[in-house]
Write a protein that binds this ligand. Sequence first.
Ligand SMILES: *Cc1c(COP(=O)(O)O)cnc(C)c1O
Length: 421
Amino acid sequence: MKLDTLCVQAGYEPKNGEARVIPIAQSTTFVYDSAETMGNLFDLKEEGFFYTRLGNPTLDAVEKKIAALEGGVGAMLTSAGQAASLISVTNIAKAGDHILASAAIYGGTFNLFNKTLRDLGIDFDFVSPTISAEDLDKLFKPNTKAVFIETVTNPSLDVVDIEMFASVAHAHHVPLIVDNTFATPVNCRPFEWGADIVVHSTSKYMDGHAVALGGCVVDSGNFDWTKGDFPMLTTPDETYHGVVYTEQFGKAAYIVKCRTHLMRDFGSQQSPQNAFLLNLGLETLHLRMARHCANAQKVAEFLENNSNVEWVNYPGLPSNQYYEIAKKYMPNGTCGVISVGVKGGKEGAARFMEALKLAKIVIHVADARTCVLHPATTTHRQLSDQQLIDAGIAPNMIRLSVGIEDPEDIIADLEQALEKV
Ligand SMILES: *Cc1c(COP(=O)(O)O)cnc(C)c1O
């Protein structure tokens, strides 16, 4: 089936007399007739739900939908995007290991990697999103376990060369993990370009209405863990009676371990209620992404021609450094987020934002309602000036998340506010 149909229908097939819509299984636990079945479930010898931390029918249906949308073998929902990023790397890297990550990633991911996981003993090197294959190649170490990038970065809107990152990573028998939050599978399917693992903050476009936090890890099933150095997947897991994930679960080894090992231990589960809400968002993702992109394109063109605007960063503008690469990876558009620098520096940015009426100042991004944010003083305020520059964030940068309202109303609001910078 085509992507638009998968958005609406994938993951849940009701049987005779069952609910048409994915039911909310608001239950921590599930009933079985025999202790033996329960034992087999624990030993991973049978499939079934027994405790919502490890699996739940509502989550399962939504996980199957997202796996179908990305073209993967399996997915696991998490409580937030942060938990998805955490699990995606700790599933294959431990203290003493090394990870290469793009410097242009979400601020929360950067903190998680650069501070928290570094403190726990995982070493990181951050690279420019436009690094050459030769330079990237030189940064691999014998203990490098993954490369982590973001398709369209929040908030700097860098578009990375997924194929290049994948091929260099694969030459070192290392998987490429891609945060595909901003593009969503509607605009980009990283597995088709060689990525091995995808993570999402489903709190953004996937939910799309700013009602439910969530995250997701998706496994392509394409990476051969036995060819690299991944003992966590290829040698017995003593906490599961010596199961060897690659032997017992084949292509799904990575995503099964995410659940049975890390979700068991971290407990960062998404609630069934949130998964239900997320599914409602996914049912219209294809419609909303097209509108977000069409609106953002009009708004970006308007901003580029406004005299109170210093610069506009949107990969859909021919003047943008990523225009060509975005056309390759995201021919239908990137996302609804634009970054813009208004005249008057930090103060001009504040005056502009406070004059907006329809667009509201919020931390959130990528939902149906147009909103704005000043990254340098909010989401990225913990970064040093050099780290801000490395992450592509100017002091006067405003992140404008274009919603799905009428574009003329959005532009009228921006126009009146720009007069006040
Ligand atoms: C918001 C975001 C995250 C973190 O997701 P939460 O759901 O807020 O935890 C990760 N990556 C990107 C690109 C994001 O925009």
